[in-house]
Every structure is written in C-alpha cells, then in structure tokens.
Design a protein around this ligand. Structure first.
Ligand SMILES: NC(=O)c1ccc[n+]([C@@H]2O[C@H](COP(=O)([O-])OP(=O)(O)OC[C@H]3O[C@@H](n4cnc5c(N)ncnc54)[C@H](OP(=O)(O)O)[C@@H]3O)[C@@H](O)[C@H]2O)c1
Length: 265
C-alpha cells in the first residue's frame, strides 16, 4: 500500500516495537493514531512525531481487552480523519510458565490481550474498511507463533491463534479488498520481558539470545505494509527459522532440546 496520506492505527504504540514502528511510519506524510494504556508515553511520542513534515498524530488511551474502549478510540479517529486504512495489531504481552505451573488467570489475561485484543481492534476498524472497499490489517505475531518454545506454551498458543485468525480473515476479506499480513518478529531488543505476565519472577530466556534492533523490526513492518506479503519477517534468520520449523520439525526438536539443555532459563 502506498503510505502517503493514509490513516494508520498502531496498537501497543507506547513503547517497544509499536513506538519504533510509529517512528518509521512518520518518515512518510501520514495520519498516525497511537493506541495503548499509557497516555503519558503516547503523548510524548505524539509530540515528537507531529514535528515531522506532513505527519498528524492522535494519541488514544485504550485497553485492547475492553471492546468499548477500542470502539470509542476508533470512533475518535473516524471523526477526526475518516476511516482507518491500515491497522497494525501490535499490542501484546509475554508470559513464561512451564506446563504444570501455569497460572490460568494470567494465561486468560494473556489471551485477552494477544488474541481477543487483536479481534476487538479488527472488529472496530472493519466497517470503515468495508465501506471504502480498501484496507490492510497487519497482525504482529512471532516466529514462536510458527514453532512453539519450551516454557512458553501459553504465549506461543496466543500467537498460533493469531496466525489462524490471519489465515481465516485473509480469505474472508478478499472480496472486500481488505488484505491481511502476518508479521513474525524474532527476538527483538525491547523491554517486553519486564512486562511479562509471570508469577515466578524468572526472566525470559530471550535475554540471553541475540536480539534484533527494534528499528530493524519496525522498518520491516513498514516494508510489509508497503508490499503486503502473506507472511513477513524482520530478518533472514527469522524466515529460515520459520521455514525449518515447517519442513524439518524433528530436527528443530533436537536442536531446541540441545539449546534448552545448555540454557534452561
Ligand atoms: N520483543 C520481542 O522479542 C518480540 C518477538 C516476537 C513478537 N513480539 C510481539 O510484538 C508485539 C510488541 O512487543 P514489544 O516487544 O514491543 O513489547 P513491549 O515493549 O512490552 O510493548 C507492548 C506494547 O503493548 C501495549 N499493551 C500491552 N497490553 C495492552 C493492552 N491491554 N491494551 C493496549 N495496549 C497494550 C503496551 O502499552 P501499555 O502498557 O501502555 O498499554 C506496549 O505499548 C507484541 O505483540 C509481542 O508479542 C515481540
């Protein structure tokens, strides 16, 4: 999609991949709606980005787990600028918990954000996209939504579910000229581990892995919006990881088992 003068809604824009993606979109003359719960952070980012030429910014405090708040936020965008052209469904939380120690309340909370939150945002923007017969929805999943990892069954499950949602929607929405892309970042350098829904206080193993700079992931998201592939990745390694997971699952099992024996945390 050509980005010029588009109305773009980025969820989870207060920090991490969402904030970096908003910065990358602001290289173009666009209308950017930034949604998250932390209004102070959104406002700081909005002030920074609205100084860019041709960029308009609307910070919106909303919790994606609350459909009424999401609907209200989209209504505010529509009143200010018209329909949303591009939805970047990025808001998400992590969770580390071995099977047998899963806190089901936290697990449900995670699904409320990562899966249902995405659905609430999609349902809020769809009527506008349908009426203008144009739109792009990009769901931010994960490479571990292609191949699950130990101690992350719930988080991975939410991303597998998001991938299923993308696949199903892609065909459903084709007649309305609404396109759907699944973007799968690998381990990216953000503070996500600080905000994990975890009861045991242990840090996620991603801290020991090589992390992709957040701006690399953000730039890849913007490229995916411009090119609209079915699935998109931030790095060549992430793409190969997803391919190997599909083509050689047994080999992946053995490699991951070795890795986790060496680095159990
Ligand atoms: N970092 C990685 O290694 C990695 C890898 C693969 C996939 N991902 C995915 O990429 C996305 C962004 O991750 P990140 O690393 O940028 O995480 P992050 O730094 O923790 O940022 C998460 C964002 O989501 C927002 N958010 C969380 N719960 C929300 C809710 N209920 N309502 C509205 N906004 C909410 C947060 O804002 P507030 O707290 O202000 O609401 C924040 O802006 C997530 O979907 C994650 O699963 C990340």
């Amino acid at each position: 999609m050509n980005l010029e003068n588009r109305t773009i809604l980025v969820t989870g824009a207060s920090r991490g991949i969402g904030a970096a993606t908003a910065r990358a979109f602001a290289d173009f003359p666009v209308r950017l709606a930034l949604l998250a719960r932390s209004m102070d952070r959104l406002q700081t980012l909005a002030t920074e980005l609205s100084a860019r030429p041709g960029v308009e910014v609307l910070p919106l405090a909303a919790d994606v787990t609350q459909p009424a708040q999401v609907t209200q936020a989209v209504q505010t965008i529509t009143e200010a600028w018209g329909n949303v052209d591009i939805l970047v469904n990025n808001a998400g939380v992590g969770m580390r918990s071995p099977v047998g120690e899963i806190d089901t309340d936290l697990a449900r909370q995670l699904f409320e954000t990562n899966y249902w939150g995405a659905i609430h945002c999609i349902e809020a923007v769809l009527p506008g996209m349908r009426s203008q017969r144009n739109g792009l929805i990009i769901n931010i999943s994960s490479i571990i939504g292609k191949r699950a990892m130990p101690n992350a069954a719930i988080y991975c499950g939410s991303k597998f579910a998001l991938n299923a949602l993308s696949e199903s929607m892609r065909l459903e929405l084709q007649p309305h000229n609404i396109r759907v892309t699944t973007f799968c970042p690998g381990v990216t350098a953000t503070d996500m581990a600080e905000f994990e829904l975890t009861g045991d206080g242990r840090r996620h193993s991603q801290n020991r892995m090589k992390r992709t700079p957040v701006q690399v992931t953000a730039n890849a998201i913007v490229r995916a919006v411009q090119r609209e592939p079915r699935d998109a990745y931030a790095t060549f390694f992430d793409r190969i990881f997803a391919l190997a997971a599909t083509l050689t699952p047994g080999l992946m099992d053995r490699m991951l088992a070795r890795f986790y024996r060496r680095q159990p945390d």
